[in-house]
Structures are given as C-alpha cells and as structure tokens.
Design a protein around this ligand. Structure first.
Ligand code: IPD
Ligand code: CA
Ligand code: CA
Ligand code: CA
Length: 254
C-alpha cells in the first residue's frame, strides 16, 4: 500500500525532530492550565501536513495542531504529531507520533512510532498488526483479577474526572498504569503487555491509529456503551476479547 510506505517514511522524519529536541531547550505554551504544547509539536505537525500536501494533495487532513483541511477525495489523514506532550516536556520517554488514514468513517491504516525507543507499530485493515515487522496479538488474560490495565485522565475533568472509574478498576485488577500517551496505551494493548485500556475525553487523533492496531491484533474496541462511535465520542475501551466485556460492566455499574 503506497500510503503505508509514505506514513512509515514521514513518521521517521518526524521522529528525528522529536529525538533531536528530547531533553533539549524547547518552547512551552499553555492551551489550558495543565494542557501544554511546544514548538516541537507544531514543527512536526507542519512537516507532516507539508508532506501530505506534496504527495497526496487530494486527501483531507485533520491534525491536532493544524486543524482541518478539506480534500477532494473521501480519504483523510488523522495526525497526532506528538502524543504525550507532557512526557516530552519532562523528558519521560513515552512519546510517539500517531497517524491514521480514514476512508469515510473507517480507519484503514494506522501507524504509531516512538522515536526514543524506535518501536514502530502499524496495521492495514484486514492485514494484521505489526511491531517492528513482527506480527503482534493481544494478551490471553481471562480475568480482571489477573489483568494490568492502562488509562488516562483528561486535561479538563470538569465533565468526566475518571477518578471513580479508576478506583473501581484499580480495586479489581493487579494495577492500572497512567503513562501519558493514549496512542502508546493502545499499542501496548495490541502487543499484549497491557491487557486493556479505557479513557474518555479524547480526540480522534489520539486513538484513530491505535484503535485499528488493536482490532487487527485480535482485540475488541468500543465506546463506553459497547457501540462503534468511539472516534466521534472520544471515549474508548480496548482490550482482549475476554476482558472487554468485564471492563465495560465495571464502567457501566458506576
Ligand atoms: C494526550 C495523551 C494523554 C491523554 C490525553 C491526551 P497529547 O495527548 O494522549 O495520554 O490522557 O487525553 O490529550 O496532548 O499529549 O497529544
Ligand atoms: Ca495536546
Ligand atoms: Ca494526543
Ligand atoms: Ca499531541
């Protein structure tokens, strides 16, 4: 697939910028009280948009720092130029670039690249999921009591805090990680080192690529009502097929 080669190439170029500036002097501004953005987020966003316009001028673009560009085709690149901005600001090496390609409402291609660890995850619809070229699959953990989950908290938790949900699931599992990158949380579900993940208050660019990578790794993905509108609602449960219904049940019992 020509778009896959293009994205693999563009995330590597973007990764060089992130790596070069990691633990370096960066310019930080605030979008909200705890919602940070840096010159690197913006630089990478601009690079990816320029490359897309050059090679796929007919495709639309939705990116976190650049907004929406309408295209003439029904395909749209959905771009998070730097997922894990707070981690990046602190030099905590859990950061990535996440790019998905959507056709109408469906994600058909997803790539997640951590330039610090140099791990790359990708999936093409119907073709399985890969990490560094090797086929990956979700875990086989059957019970919540044996599971390790991941979640995240929204920058603005006036509408949904996630604290009750966190406590409920923390009490029923081995533990819950909060590692600051929604895309990498999904990648870890896909490779089976995290058994399940839930989060609300997200944007399309956080989860579009990762949702496909989880599904192509035999995982189950839904919104909090077990429906398929996770991208529109910005809420997601992603887990292996045993644990998905169990997480859903705990969240809906609150
Ligand atoms: C954030 C991260 C974080 C999640 C936030 C996102 P950003 O994205 O994915 O894990 O909890 O809701 O906004 O701002 O670092 O790209
Ligand atoms: Ca952000
Ligand atoms: Ca993000
Ligand atoms: Ca971002």
């Amino acid at each position: 697939m020509v778009e896959l080669d293009f994205i693999l190439d563009v995330v590597k170029k973007s990764g060089q910028i992130i790596k070069k500036n990691f633990k370096g002097s960066i310019l930080i501004t605030h979008k909200g009280e705890t919602d940070l953005v840096t010159n690197v987020d913006k630089e990478v966003d601009a690079l990816i948009r320029d490359e897309i316009k050059k090679y796929f001028p007919q495709y639309g673009i939705l990116s976190e720092e650049g907004g929406t560009l309408q295209g003439s085709s029904n395909k749209v690149f959905v771009v998070d130029p730097l997922d894990g901005t707070t981690n990046f600001v602190k030099g905590y090496p859990n950061v990535c670039i996440s790019i998905a390609l959507m056709e109408e409402k469906e994600v058909i291609l997803g790539v997640i690249y951590n330039p610090i660890s140099e791990d790359i995850y990708y999936a093409v619809k119907g073709g399985g999921s890969f990490k560094n070229g090797k086929l990956i699959s979700v875990s086989k953990t059957e019970n919540l009591s044996n599971s390790l989950l991941a979640t995240g908290f929204p920058y603005d938790f006036s509408e949904y805090s996630n604290f009750p949900q966190f406590e409920a699931l923390f009490r029923k599992t081995l533990s819950v990680r909060v590692d600051g990158s929604a895309a990498l949380d999904l990648a870890r579900v896909a490779e089976g080192v995290i058994d399940g993940y839930w989060e609300k208050g997200l944007s399309k660019w956080d989860i579009a690529a990762g949702s496909l990578i989880v599904m192509e790794a035999n995982g189950v993905v839904s919104d909090f009502r077990n429906g398929g509108n996770y991208l529109e609602k910005g809420e997601i449960i992603a887990a292996n097929p045993f644990l998905h219904p169990q997480i859903l049940e705990v969240l809906n019992a609150l």
